[in-house]
Ligand binder design. Structure first.
Ligand SMILES: Cc1cc2nc3c(=O)[nH]c(=O)nc-3n(C[C@H](O)[C@H](O)[C@H](O)COP(=O)(O)OP(=O)(O)OC[C@H]3O[C@@H](n4cnc5c(N)ncnc54)[C@H](O)[C@@H]3O)c2cc1C
Length: 393
């Protein structure tokens, strides 16, 4: 599929979203939102009314039917206007929709998926902690089952929980049994951040400023057992939910953001180079700039192929853990190269207010870290392809 013309429905979806971003998210508004660290909820509502939040959800639950290629195209098009709409779309369609489709119990699917498909429910990820980055199996936030087996008490500290101040549920990874069983005694819980005992403190940061990221402190927070992701039988079996298909799709979603923003950077630099004149001609007529831009376009094209092939494999339900890690690794690292090329082409204006470039560069610099660092992707690729591990003698 990824070497042929796009099917008509995806082409039409792109056209609709491109117009939507042009009309609703003009450059001045993007810059204001970046300064204010927020996205406009009313605009997300309008976007959701186009039906895109259902692209990760089966029709029986009110979705459009799972179409990961279309969902990736949606992220790509939204990122022409930065992460201000792509961000909340992901909190709904991926953190919520995809995870519930893949990992929810029947009751949870019935309860949450129709609302997610409508864009009425938003999730955040509560994985990282102050002492836990890539090594997620060592989370220390604890979850204890009550004696009557009806409730769970949560204590601990999550960090970098993006959207914790406005989502409906934090999809939270907790240690639910003894630590010695490193991968076994973990569970996922759905925790509303409005519950008694939850404290949310924002963290200032320079990238992906469609919202704040936050520290979230759980102090004797009580949730019903109904909030164990996958139902009671998944208690202590959360690692399989993290390491499964949902993780492959998660890598694709952040890679789509990276690609979309890199594309916006190339297009801005391209246009600028045609208009800016130095030494009597457009700078795009100077060979060094021509070559820079040709390089950036070529790298971008390679990123497109990696991303859409991985999305297509995932959509076909084919094994794709290696391909999704390769796409995440390659696109994130290459997008940093693209960002720096494009910023240089724009000279001082690549660092200034009044253009999207400096924000796009800030966003792209973080991509080899967020959502699983480049080194973690290399570890995954090496492990999956059977290289000897560093621990092996
Ligand atoms: C804007 C933003 C939003 C975020 N949103 C969320 C969110 O919503 N939810 C959430 O849970 N987290 C979120 N994160 C956290 C993000 O996922 C982590 O930053 C990421 O997982 C890496 O963790 P770390 O930064 O603690 O780095 P560490 O894991 O401490 O790694 C630091 C460096 O060491 C390297 N390294 C670590 N271990 C190894 C190894 N075994 N082999 C080789 N190299 C290694 C890494 O590649 C990296 O270069 C967000 C982060 C940012 C900046």
């Amino acid at each position: 599929m990824y070497f042929t013309e796009e099917p008509d429905p995806i082409r039409q979806l792109r056209e609709t979203l491109r117009r939507f971003v042009e009309d609703e998210l003009p450059p001045d508004l993007r810059r204001q939102l970046d300064r204010e660290h927020r996205f406009p909820p009313e605009l997300f509502r309008k976007l959701a009314d186009l039906g895109v939040c259902g692209l990760t959800i089966d029709e029986q639950y009110g979705g459009q039917g799972v179409d990961l290629v279309a969902a990736v195209a949606t992220i790509e098009e939204l990122c022409r206007g930065g992460a201000f709409l792509a961000g909340p779309f992901i909190h709904c369609a991926f953190y919520g929709g995809m995870n519930m489709m893949e990992n929810g119990s029947d009751e949870q699917k019935e309860a949450y998926l129709p609302r997610l498909a409508n864009g009425d429910l938003l999730f955040a990820y509560g994985l990282s902690e102050p002492e836990v980055g890539g090594d997620l199996a060592s989370v220390t936030t604890t979850a204890e089952l009550s004696e009557d087996g009806q409730h769970i008490k949560v204590n601990g500290f999550k960090r970098w929980c993006t959207g914790a101040d406005w989502v409906d549920y934090i999809y939270t990874l907790v240690r639910s049994g003894p630590e010695e069983d490193r991968y076994r005694n973990l569970s996922f819980l759905l925790i509303p951040p409005t519950l008694l005992g939850v404290q949310v403190n924002s963290i200032e940061h320079s990238n992906l400023r469609y919202t704040l990221s936050s520290d979230v402190i759980f102090d004797d927070v009580e949730v019903p057992v109904a909030n164990i992701v996958g139902g009671s039988e998944m208690w202590n079996r959360g690692w399989s939910l993290l390491a499964g298909r949902a993780l492959d799709v998660e890598k694709i979603e952040i890679t789509a953001v990276t690609f979309g923003i890199a594309q916006a950077a190339v297009e801005e630099a391209w246009e600028y180079a045609g208009q800016r004149r130095q030494f009597g001609k457009p700078i795009s007529a100077h060979q060094a700039i021509r070559h820079d831009l040709a390089d950036a376009r070529t790298k971008l094209e390679a990123c497109r192929l990696m991303l859409y092939r991985a999305a297509w494999l995932a959509n076909e339900n084919k094994p794709c853990s290696v391909e999704t890690s390769m796409a995440k690794l390659f696109v994130a690292d290459t997008a940093v190269e693209i960002a720096l090329i494009c910023q240089r082409v724009m000279g001082a204006y690549g660092l200034a207010e009044g253009y999207d470039m400096e924000r796009n560069v800030r966003d792209l610099l973080g991509m080899p870290i967020v959502g699983g660092s480049s080194n973690m992707q290399k570890n995954n690729i090496a492990n999956r392809l059977g290289l000897a591990t560093e621990d092996a003698r």
